[in-house]
Design a protein around this ligand. Structure first.
Ligand SMILES: Cc1cc2nc3c(=O)[nH]c(=O)nc-3n(C[C@H](O)[C@H](O)[C@H](O)COP(=O)(O)OP(=O)(O)OC[C@H]3O[C@@H](n4cnc5c(N)ncnc54)[C@H](O)[C@@H]3O)c2cc1C
Length: 377
C-alpha cells in the first residue's frame, strides 16, 4: 500500500508478533470478568515496550507524532481483540491531548509515566443525568485552601477499577460560561483516595474484557496542582483523536474476512469446498473486501493528513461515523457466511459482532459527529 515503507513494515511485523503472542490469547480470556486484571498488566507492559509513544511528541516522553505507525499498531491489536484495541486507543487518546492541556509539572507527574507504562489513567466524564452534556454535570469541585474537594458520580466508565488516576470533569462554578466553558474543570484524582469508590460493573453486549462501571467521588481531596490549566484543549482534541477507532475496526474486519475465507475453503460438502461450489459466497466476501479496501485508503489518508499537520475534525468525524456501520456489516455477513460455526465463541466472529456495537458507542455515539457536519452546512 502507498503508505508503507521498509521501516513501517518492520513496525507492523513487531506489532503483529506482539498481538499474536500476547493479545490473541487474552482476547478470548478477557471475556471472563474474573481475569480482567490481566488487561492492566498487559497494558502496562505495552507502555514499557514503547507502544504508547507513537503519536506523542518527544518532549512529552514520546517518539514523535507518526499517526500512520499509530494506526498500524491499532490495526494489529484490533485484529486480535476489539477490547484490547479500544483500551490501547484510550491510552493514546488520553496521552496525546493531555500534552496541550497539562502544566509542565503535570507532564512530568502524569503524562510521561502514562506514556511509559508506569501508570494507567482513565477519563471519568459521563454522568447519570446529563450523559456527556457538560452543562448538566452534577459533579462538583469546591476550593478549600490550596485543595479542591470533589463530590459526584460518573457512569459507564472504562476500567472503573483498574486505573491509578481518573481525569475527572467537575463544575467549579454555579454558572458555566457557555462561550468559554469557564466553570468546568478537570482534575487528576488518584483512585487510592479514601473517598473514591467503584460502584456497579455493567454487563454489556460487548467489549467484555474491559470493566465498565460507575465510580463515586465522596469528598475526594486533591491539591490545586492536580487541576488541569487547559481542560478544554483536552476536550476539543479528544473527539477527533477517536478516529483511531477506525484503525481498530479495519484490523477486526480484515481478520474476519480471512477467517471466513479460510472456513469456506475448508468446509467440504459433497467432495467440494463451499468456496468452490458457491460463487455467491465468494462474491459476498469479495464485496466486503472491496469496502474494506476503500475504507483502508480513507483511514490511512486521514492519518497521512495528520502527519502533514492537517487536523480536519470534520474528516475525523466522518471516518468515525463510517466505521461502526462497516464493522457491523462485515461482522454480520461473515457470521452468516460461516453458518452455525459463526455463532460459536471460539471463532471470534460472534465476539466482533457484539464488540462492534459497544465500540461504536463507547467512542461517542455517531450522532454528535453527524451534528457537527450538519452545523457546518
Ligand atoms: C463501553 C463503554 C465505555 C465507555 N467508557 C467511558 C469512559 O471511560 N469515560 C466516560 O466518560 N464515558 C464513557 N462512556 C460513555 C460514552 O461516552 C457515552 O455512552 C456515549 O458518548 C453516549 O452518551 P450517553 O450514553 O450519555 O447517551 P445520551 O447522551 O443519552 O444520548 C443518546 C443519543 O442522543 C445523541 N445525542 C446526545 N447529545 C447529542 C448532541 N449534542 N448532538 C447530537 N446527538 C446527541 C447521542 O449521540 C445518542 O445517540 C462509555 C460508554 C460505553 C458504552
Amino acid at each position: 500500500m502507498w503508505y508503507m515503507n521498509e521501516e513501517r513494515e518492520l513496525l507492523r511485523k513487531t506489532f503483529r508478533d506482539y498481538a499474536v503472542k500476547r493479545v490473541r490469547p487474552l482476547g478470548q480470556e478477557m471475556e471472563n470478568e474474573e481475569i480482567h486484571a490481566k488487561s492492566r498488566e498487559a497494558l502496562l507492559e505495552m507502555g514499557k515496550l514503547g507502544m504508547f509513544t507513537l503519536p506523542v511528541a518527544e518532549k512529552f516522553g514520546g517518539t514523535g507524532p507518526d499517526y500512520i505507525s499509530w494506526a498500524l499498531l491499532l490495526e494489529e491489536i484490533g485484529r486480535e481483540s476489539a477490547t484490547f484495541g479500544f483500551l490501547t486507543l484510550l491510552r493514546q487518546v488520553f496521552n496525546g491531548p493531555m500534552q496541550a492541556a497539562c502544566s509542565p509539572e503535570q507532564i512530568e507527574k502524569f503524562v510521561k509515566p502514562a506514556v511509559n507504562g508506569e501508570i494507567l489513567i482513565g477519563l471519568a466524564g459521563n454522568e447519570p443525568a446529563g450523559g456527556n452534556n457538560l452543562f448538566e454535570y452534577q459533579t462538583r469541585a469546591v476550593r478549600d485552601g490550596n485543595d479542591w474537594v470533589i463530590n459526584g458520580s460518573k457512569v459507564l466508565v472504562t476500567q472503573a477499577d483498574e486505573v491509578d488516576y481518573f481525569m475527572v470533569l467537575a463544575l467549579t462554578r454555579d454558572q458555566v460560561d457557555f462561550a468559554t466553558m469557564a466553570g468546568i474543570d478537570m482534575f487528576f484524582v488518584p483512585t487510592s483516595d479514601p473517598g473514591f469508590k467503584v460502584g456497579h460493573i455493567e454487563h454489556k453486549v460487548g467489549l467484555n474484557g474491559s470493566r465498565t462501571g460507575s465510580v463515586y467521588f465522596n469528598n475526594c481531596r486533591v491539591p490545586d496542582s492536580c487541576r488541569m490549566p487547559n481542560p478544554m484543549a483536552l476536550l476539543m482534541l479528544f473527539g477527533p483523536e477517536l478516529s483511531g477507532y477506525a484503525a481498530i475496526a479495519l484490523g477486526g474486519a480484515e481478520a474476519m474476512i480471512e477467517k471466513t475465507a479460510d472456513y469456506l475453503k475448508n468446509r467440504i460438502q459433497m467432495g467440494h469446498s463451499l468456496w468452490e461450489m458457491h460463487q455467491a459466497t465468494r462474491h459476498d466476501l469479495a464485496k466486503l473486501k472491496m469496502d474494506i479496501y476503500n475504507f483502508r485508503n480513507a483511514v490511512y489518508g486521514h492519518m497521512a493528513n495528520r502527519n502533514a499537520g492537517i487536523h480536519d475534525t470534520l474528516e475525523a468525524g466522518a471516518l468515525k461515523a463510517a466505521t461502526g456501520p462497516l464493522l457491523e456489516k462485515v461482522a454480520s455477513e461473515c457470521m452468516m457466511l460461516m453458518g452455525g460455526t459463526g455463532v460459536i465463541h471460539e471463532t471470534g466472529i460472534e465476539r466482533y459482532y457484539r464488540d462492534a456495537k459497544a465500540l461504536e458507542i463507547a467512542c461517542f455515539s455517531d450522532k454528535t459527529f453527524v451534528d457537527n457536519v450538519a452545523n457546518s452546512l
